[in-house]
Design a protein around this ligand. Structure first.
Ligand SMILES: [Zn+2]
Length: 83
């Protein structure tokens, strides 16, 4: 269930509300349903993707073994020790 930021158009009260599908949110201050849904402060999807790409570049540069299976990883580490 998503939490939305609302701004009451009747009394100007700002609030966050958990909205169930099919239900109409009402202002906790005055009970009005004349509400303006605000954009939440969660990072936009484009920004999240940029962060993810940056993490992947760092992981690739550091040579992470995340794409190997645990047994392959063990073999690789064993091989390094023997050199
Ligand atoms: Zn209100």
């Amino acid at each position: 269930m998503p939490i939305y930021d609302y701004h009451c158009q009747a009394c100007g009260h700002p609030f966050e509300m958990l909205v169930r599908a099919g239900s109409t949110p009402a202002c906790p201050s005055c009970g009005s349903t004349a509400l303006q849904k605000c954009i939440s402060s969660i990072a936009p999807a484009g920004k999240i993707e940029a962060i993810r790409m940056a993490h992947r570049r760092v992981a690739a540069a550091q040579g992470h073994f995340d794409h190997y299976s645990p047994s392959d990883k063990a073999k690789l580490l064993q091989g390094k020790k023997n050199i």
